[in-house]
Design a protein around this ligand. Structure first.
Ligand SMILES: [Zn+2]
Length: 327
């Protein structure tokens, strides 16, 4: 039972005008009154205990007193003893009291119609900044997840450099020619090879010079670029393929120098080698090269080269080509 209120105490111990309350009893009354107004304040509880103790000591047996006609004295003593036994830390006691006070104040303001909804502004870049390779901001990663993301970025960054160097040799080196043909189609047309080189170069530049924010949103499983809003509702009925990450729709043009990549929970869940680096490279091609998703996955990308125009504008084709250098 909680400690009774001051008004209950007064009502249940009232004996009439011919029986005035002693000064020690008045002390108990006052302390209970103060405590009642600021329950949770350990100092006021302490004062109540002292006053009650003094009053008890002034009697042979306080529970025999006429004031206990309704058992109020017995009740109060028991309630105070019970509360003491709970052994609540005075600091948390005080904290609870302060919270209560805030809630009371808030309720009062609400009643007066003075409360307005809180303005929540989503911070754009509040994560961990890492400039060891390029300029990356990691958002929403735990201490355990962060090293995985950092490694994925470092690998994607490395792949971007190796891809540029590899494509430069594709005109003369057979291994590199085969590699490029496998993922991006035949290199027989000179202008096409140049386009690939330019694209890979633009990607490397982006890795080196642009500020990229990798934002982990593990609540996202299936998703794709949904209009202007990557945080919008999941679009259902897309198909059964799982999307590992997504970016703001590049179709309406990229604004500013920074890139923001939203990574879904599969980004960390799929531990296939280089798959996380592939995801980062893939998403950035949407931003940098305005690629589309004509086909996902290694097998479908290999088939896509039969329609070279699609292979050359496909995000996964560039990404698989780039990470093939990591193997
Ligand atoms: Zn994509």
């Amino acid at each position: 039972m909680p400690i009774m209120s001051h008004s209950e105490w007064k009502r249940r111990t009232k004996l009439g005008v011919l029986k005035p309350r002693s000064s020690l009893l008045k002390k108990v009354d006052n302390c209970l009154n103060e405590y009642d107004q600021k329950r949770g304040d350990p100092r006021l509880f302490e004062a109540l205990c002292v006053a009650l103790g003094e009053w008890i000591k002034s009697k042979d047996n306080v529970e025999d007193s006429a004031r206990n006609f309704e058992g109020a004295v017995t009740d109060l003593i028991r309630q105070v003893e019970d509360f003491k036994k709970q052994n609540i830390n005075p600091a948390s006691h005080l904290m609870a009291m302060n919270h209560l006070e805030e809630i009371r104040k808030g309720a009062e303001l609400f009643k007066q119609g003075k409360l307005k909804p809180a303005k929540i502004t989503v911070p754009i870049s509040t994560g961990v900044v890492d400039k060891s390779a390029g300029h990356v901001v990691y958002e929403g990663f735990t201490q355990v997840q962060l090293p995985i993301a950092k490694n994925a970025w470092a690998e994607a960054y490395r792949a971007a450099g190796l891809a540029v160097a590899g494509a430069a040799k594709a005109g003369t080196d057979n291994t590199e020619k085969t590699r490029l043909t496998t993922w991006l189609g035949p290199t027989s047309v000179t202008t096409k090879l140049q386009t690939v080189k330019d694209n890979l170069n633009a990607m490397l530049q982006a890795f080196q010079k642009n500020k990229v924010t990798l934002s982990l949103r593990e609540d996202k499983t299936l998703h794709y670029v949904n209009g202007d809003d990557p945080f919008g509702d999941m679009v259902e009925g897309f198909n059964t393929s799982t999307v590992y990450g997504f970016v703001w729709s590049p179709s309406w043009g990229h604004v500013g120098s920074g890139y923001r990549v939203i990574l879904g929970n599969v980004f960390l869940r799929d531990r296939t080698p280089h798959e996380d680096a592939q995801t980062i490279y893939h998403e950035l091609t949407h931003k940098v090269l305005k690629t589309k998703d004509h086909a996902y996955g290694k097998e479908k990308c290999k088939l896509l080269v039969s329609t070279p125009a699609n292979a050359l504008t496909n995000a996964d084709s560039f990404a698989y080509y780039a990470v093939s250098f990591l193997a």
